[in-house]
Design a protein around this ligand. Structure first.
Ligand SMILES: [Zn+2]
Length: 236
């Protein structure tokens, strides 16, 4: 699976990952023309994701419900990034960075936005110490890998051979560890320890989906249930 863009771990926009954000703002790299066409493509794919993807629609509703309404202009930024990073959640500015030079297709955009919105949701509902508490970061990475569909493409293939649940858990654990290592200068052992220490409770925290959405249909049902839950509570 190496090389498939959706297999890359997503990263947090820590200052060390996006140094140019702090240093130079959003300066385009390379030819201006490719920057603008990449930027346009990124904006269009983002718009489609926000309007049509059931995972994302549920998360946007949940954010609004938690008092953190998401605004496309304010909370998303299509930028060129170094290396092969796909994007990240920049907690200091509450912005989701989308690496327009590394997002290959709509499916990749869908998964990336879902993954980062789960971090944004965690940031909204709880006081997350992204930079000082590696267990907090580990918890959100477990949830993002578990609920975003990051592991479901692989599942499609392995479902024929292994028990689905077992493979899914292994995938979630591995991806959470990789995501931590991408943004923290710590050993693999330390990252594994952080993930294993919180795995049970964070893997079972399915908010706001209420289930593991293995595919779009499942995400649509989760969205419907979330809307009904909302209605029920507002009638109390
Ligand atoms: Zn992440």
């Amino acid at each position: 699976m190496a090389g498939a863009p959706e297999e890359r771990p997503q990263h947090h926009a820590a200052p060390q990952v996006f140094p140019e954000r702090r240093a130079e703002g959003r300066s385009p790299q390379g030819f201006l023309s490719s920057f603008f066409s990449n930027n346009q493509k990124c904006q269009l794919m983002l718009l489609k994701t926000l309007q049509t993807n059931p995972y994302v629609k549920l998360l946007l509703d949940a954010m609004k419900h938690s008092g953190c309404a998401v605004d496309r202009e304010r909370h998303f930024s299509c930028e060129d990034c170094n290396g092969n990073i796909s994007g990240g959640f920049d907690a200091s500015s509450s912005q989701i960075v989308l690496c327009q030079n590394n997002i290959g297709n709509q499916a990749h955009m869908n998964r990336l936005v879902t993954h980062e919105l789960i971090h944004a949701f965690d940031h909204c509902r709880a006081h997350v110490n992204w930079f000082t508490n590696v267990r907090h970061l580990a918890c959100s990475e477990i949830r993002a890998a578990n609920l975003s569909g990051d592991c479901s493409l692989v599942n499609e293939i392995f479902r024929l051979n292994f028990g689905l649940k077992r493979h899914h858990q292994t995938c979630v654990r591995d991806r959470a560890i990789l995501s931590i290592l991408a943004v923290r200068d710590i050993s693999r052992e330390a990252a594994q320890k952080a993930v294993d220490g919180v795995f049970e409770s964070c893997f079972n925290d399915l908010e706001p989906f209420g289930r593991i959405p293995y595919n779009k249909t499942s995400a649509k049902y989760a969205h419907r249930d979330f809307q009904n839950r909302d209605r029920y509570y507002s009638n109390l």
